[in-house]
Design a protein around this ligand. Structure first.
Ligand code: SAM
Length: 290
């Protein structure tokens, strides 16, 4: 059996006990299937004794799956009722495990206890990309992770230049490291059942030591904070008008079409290219040339 994890009956009972009606606004779709939970934890490669950070633990489905391996968890939940219940549920199902709950909007968290090495989460769909980027930006201790997101968002995160779905999330995610899809998840494993299927996405932060690039620090970032902001502004502009050539789409940021052309030439990028062909390194070179 799945004695240490939550199933459909437990999820229903907990929601009733708390008087919780899942809200769309907070992306509350709870996993009711223990096999899915174990699959996520296995895919994430969670190790005994590791410190994991989870965004949006909800009723605790995934939290219990992570804790079951002997890892410790710091969980950030915005919904007070869920955050208050979580330690009680965990104590009941797996007494004595190591859980810290932070009741806060994950987008506003800039400090975590200890140094979590991995991020494992079934992300609230409405903020999945910004919250991922926020955690990678603020917590360099996070070296890798597995997140569950809407299938379409996951495809975007893992997309490479030239692909139809390559867009600003793809380039921004690439700033921090490498991304891959790691398997589909049916909408039927959630309560309530969402309108779309989900996908697992894995990432590994760029490793300073093995990258051979002396400019890359422990955050895995390929440039300074100032350069990141300049690069992301270019990325946003390029994909706001993704069908246009870069000399046009980047003109609002770089000045005018002529200036944009000159900067692009200086960066070794053809002014008639489109953003969908460029890697994050290309965008950074343009930011540096500007
Ligand atoms: N991890 C649980 C599971 O797999 O069953 C719940 C996942 S549910 C898709 C997303 C969770 O994120 C909900 O519990 C929701 O309340 C929480 N959430 C939504 N917005 C949040 C935010 N800004 N900060 C932290 N948690 C948030």
């Amino acid at each position: 059996g799945h004695g240490k994890l939550l199933g459909p009956a437990e999820i229903r009972d907990l929601a009733e006990l708390l008087g919780v009606t899942p809200t769309k606004k907070l992306g509350q779709n709870f996993v009711i299937d223990a096999n899915t939970v174990r699959r996520i934890v296995k895919t994430a490669g969670v190790q005994r004794g590791e410190h994991i950070v989870e965004i949006g633990p909800g009723l605790g489905s995934l939290t219990l799956g992570i804790l079951e391996t002997g890892a410790s968890v710091t969980a950030v939940e915005i919904d007070k009722r869920l955050a208050e219940q979580l330690p009680k549920t965990v104590e009941l199902m797996q007494p004595g495990v190591d859980l810290t709950v932070i009741t806060q909007d994950a987008m506003k968290v800039i400090e975590l206890p200890g140094e979590p090495a991995r991020l494992v989460a079934n992300l609230p769909y409405n903020i999945s990309v910004p919250v991922l980027l926020h955690f990678l930006e603020h917590f360099p201790s996070i070296r890798s992770g597995i997140v569950m997101v809407q299938a379409e968002v996951g495809q975007r995160l893992a997309a490479t230049p030239g692909s139809k779905v390559y867009g600003s999330p793809s380039v921004k995610a690439e700033w921090y490291g490498s991304w891959r899809t790691a398997g589909h998840v049916s909408r039927q494993v959630f309560w309530p059942v969402p309108n779309v299927d989900s996908i697992l996405v894995g990432f590994d932060r760029r490793d300073a030591a093995s990258s051979g690039d002396a400019a890359i620090d422990e955050t895995g970032a390929i440039g300074t904070e100032e350069e990141r902001l300049a690069t992301f502004a270019l990325v946003d502009a390029a994909f706001q008008q993704r069908r246009k050539m870069l000399r046009q789409s980047l003109a609002p940021v770089l000045g005018d079409t002529a200036t944009a052309s000159a900067v692009l030439e200086a960066a070794g990028v053809s002014p008639t290219e489109r953003g969908e062909q460029l890697t994050v390194h290309d965008f950074l070179r343009i930011a540096r040339a500007a």
